[in-house]
Design a protein around this ligand. Structure first.
Ligand code: APR
Length: 233
């Protein structure tokens, strides 16, 4: 089967009710990003960051995958699909995608502050806080404090090399719902081979090279159109 690599951003989860970052009313309009999502911000005020991600997690658990997430699962019938997402939500997994690579971390996980390989899926009975919320007082079984398993601004993106290797093997590369302003994620589409077909689904698309097929629609409509294009070739 041909390789389909999909690079998704906040826009694919917008129709699930998850706020994007830079649209009108977006998350970064209401929260100073360097206070709630940066390495320095965590050093300065970890309690604020625990509270911010507790709030996002509470919203996520009541959200559901939408038809765009499900459309990518449907494409697994015709393609070897790898989803590379900037999103920290688990909607791709809950929709049933088989291969999901998170570039910016996972909201439903926290990890030890001192041993980053100790990652805990919330809710977790091993932690001193058993529910979905954590704080500066939360301790793991080793007595370590924990932090959100999120890649903060100013931190490296550990899965980017793996993402590049996947992109380089794409027969079809699709970008969905991202403003393409945060690197290195935004550069992924340039790692697709010149022979690959490249599509970009976004109702308000950012500028992309001429060879990219732009589908200027919402994710749910755009993925439906993409499925038509890819399965009726
Ligand atoms: N369907 C598809 N795309 C949509 C929809 C929709 N219903 N609604 C909005 N969009 C598009 C917007 O047009 C925009 O291009 O989703 C994109 C959202 O852009 P951002 O809010 O910048 O989100 P994203 O590109 O994922 O941000 C990248 O920035 O703050 C960091 O770590 C954070 O992963 C995030 C990264």
């Amino acid at each position: 089967m041909r390789n389909l690599v999909v690079s998704t951003g906040a826009g694919i989860s917008a129709e699930s009710g998850i706020t994007t970052f830079r649209d009108a009313g977006g998350l970064w309009e209401n929260y100073p990003v360097m206070d709630v999502a940066s390495h320095d911000g965590f050093l300065r005020d970890p309690a604020l960051i625990h509270k911010f991600y507790n709030g996002l997690r509470a919203k996520l658990v009541s959200a559901q995958p939408n038809a765009a997430h499900r459309g990518l699962v449907e494409l697994e019938k015709n393609f070897n699909v790898n989803v590379i997402t900037q999103n920290v939500d688990d909607l791709h997994e809950r929709a049933g995608s088989s291969n999901v690579l998170h570039l910016h971390g996972e909201l439903m996980k926290v990890r030890s502050l001192t041993h980053e390989e100790r990652v805990y899926q919330l809710p977790c009975n091993e932690l001193s806080d058993k529910g979905l919320e954590t704080s500066v007082d939360t301790r793991d079984p080793y007595g370590d404090a924990v932090r959100p398993h999120i890649v903060f601004f100013q931190e490296a993106v550990p899965n980017f090399d793996r993402a590049c290797m996947l992109a380089q093997k794409a027969d079809v590369f699709v970008v969905i719902g991202t403003s393409l302003v945060v690197y290195p994620a935004a550069s992924l589409l340039h790692y697709a081979p010149r022979s690959a077909e490249v599509y970009y689904i976004d109702p308000n698309p950012s500028a992309v090279p001429g060879h990219v097929h732009v589908i200027a629609k919402k994710a749910t409509e755009g993925v439906r159109e993409l499925i038509e294009i890819l399965t009726h070739k």
